[in-house]
Design a binder for this molecule. Structure first.
Ligand code: NAD
Ligand code: UDP
Ligand code: UDP
Length: 312
């Protein structure tokens, strides 16, 4: 059955893939974005589709539309961008969540929140299961994002308890792929763009910190499975559990791009998590979520995307 689906942050990296996939599955998609970090290029191929609608709108203001499902992705995700205007970042997460939950309540729509592994902060438990409560600074430079996302989760569960809204909460771990902006600032796009341009590769700290990287197609599968799974709210971790140090990542990118770039070491940003790896047991059990695209294959696809993008 054709559903009408709202995607906030739909012109961003993840949102643009989600718009495309949900249209391909035969749905109508309304994409809402204020273009802070997203851009039209990401969704330009969808603009001719009569079942796709684009609304320029900031989710910190009320929105009145009629839909069956809402994916709430609006929020800058790269530390560089979410720290540019930290007050706006908290407003986007908190007021944005209130508005979208108010909308979901009024129209009785299902609503999914794009939460994050950042709610675990700089974790002392490794890998991170959903019942780990996290170690987050309330006052550091990452807090606008981490605490905003934590409060959004609270709002989702309170709208469920208080107003019986049908909610879903996905805790997304580091995801990468085509449609990341060359200036996004996150590590995979930085390393690839630097390698392709022959510029120095900027390792923050000693490069011993770890992340676990999920290719975008796998992550989108997980989000849609979560939305479609009845009687399951999450929170559920979505990501690829293979863990790498930033040094290993840099070496892999240099190898796959055949680049002459050199590694340079920069200061480690404050509160940068030392390690991160999702425990995806719950997602495997409840959603049959099993990422299939491993780092090398995903990097090759992403490198090809940036090669084309940097040409144009
Ligand atoms: P992104 O920055 O590419 O996309 C975010 C989109 O939200 C952009 O199009 C931006 O313009 C839009 N936006 C920002 N503030 C807005 C506002 N007030 N009103 C309307 N639109 C607004 O980032 P992404 O990687 O696509 O992330 C999408 C969502 O997934 C975010 O909520 C992010 O926190 C979450 N997430 C992503 C990752 C990841 O690794 N990609 C990890 C954890 C969580
Ligand atoms: N809201 C919205 N669209 C709707 C319904 C509500 O944007 O279709 C916003 C509304 O502006 C409100 C927020 O969602 O501020 C929370 O709505 P709720 O009904 O929960 O609370 P209240 O209206 O009582 O503040
Ligand atoms: N990082 C790095 N060089 C860069 C950008 C990031 O070494 O040019 C590091 C960063 O310090 C962090 C890891 O890579 O330890 C992942 O950073 P990203 O901003 O991608 O995501 P997050 O820290 O939010 O997981």
């Amino acid at each position: 059955m054709k559903k009408r689906i709202l995607i906030t942050g739909g012109a961003g990296f993840l949102g643009s893939h989600l718009c495309k996939r949900l249209l391909e599955q035969g749905n109508e998609v309304i994409c809402v974005d204020n273009f802070f970090t997203g851009n039209k290029q990401n969704i330009i191929e969808l603009l001719d589709n009569p079942y796709f609608e684009l609304i320029r709108h900031d989710v910190t203001f009320p929105l009145y539309v009629e839909v069956d499902e809402i994916y709430n992705l609006a929020c800058p995700a790269s530390p560089v961008h979410y720290q540019f205007d930290p007050v706006q970042t908290t407003k986007t997460s908190v007021i944005g969540a209130i508005n979208m939950l108010g909308l979901a309540k009024r129209i009785k729509a299902k609503i999914l929140q794009a939460s994050t592994s950042e709610i675990y902060g700089d974790p002392e438990v490794h890998p991170q299961p959903e019942n780990y409560k996290g170690a987050v600074s309330t006052i550091g430079p990452r807090a606008c994002y981490d605490e905003g996302k934590r409060c959004a989760e609270t709002l989702f569960f309170d709208y469920k308890r208080q107003h019986d809204v049908n909610i879903k909460v996905a805790r997304i771990f580091n995801t990468y792929g085509p449609n990341m902006h060359p200036d996004d600032g996150r590590v995979i796009s930085n390393f690839i763009v630097q390698a392709l341009k022959g510029e120095d590769i900027t390792i923050f700290g000693q490069g011993n910190q770890t992340r676990s990287f999920c290719y975008v197609d796998d992550l989108i599968d997980g989000l849609i499975k979560l939305m479609n799974k009845e009687n399951f709210t999450g929170p559920v971790n979505l990501g690829n559990p293979y863990e790498f140090t930033m040094l290993q990542l840099a070496q892999k990118v240099i190898e796959l791009t055949n680049s002459n770039s050199q590694l340079v070491f920069k200061e480690l940003p404050q509160d940068d998590p030392k390690q991160r790896q999702p425990d995806i047991t719950l997602a495997q059990k409840e959603l049959n979520f099993n990422p299939t695209i491993q780092l090398e294959e995903g990097l090759i696809k992403t490198i090809n995307y940036f090669k084309n993008r940097l040409k144009g």
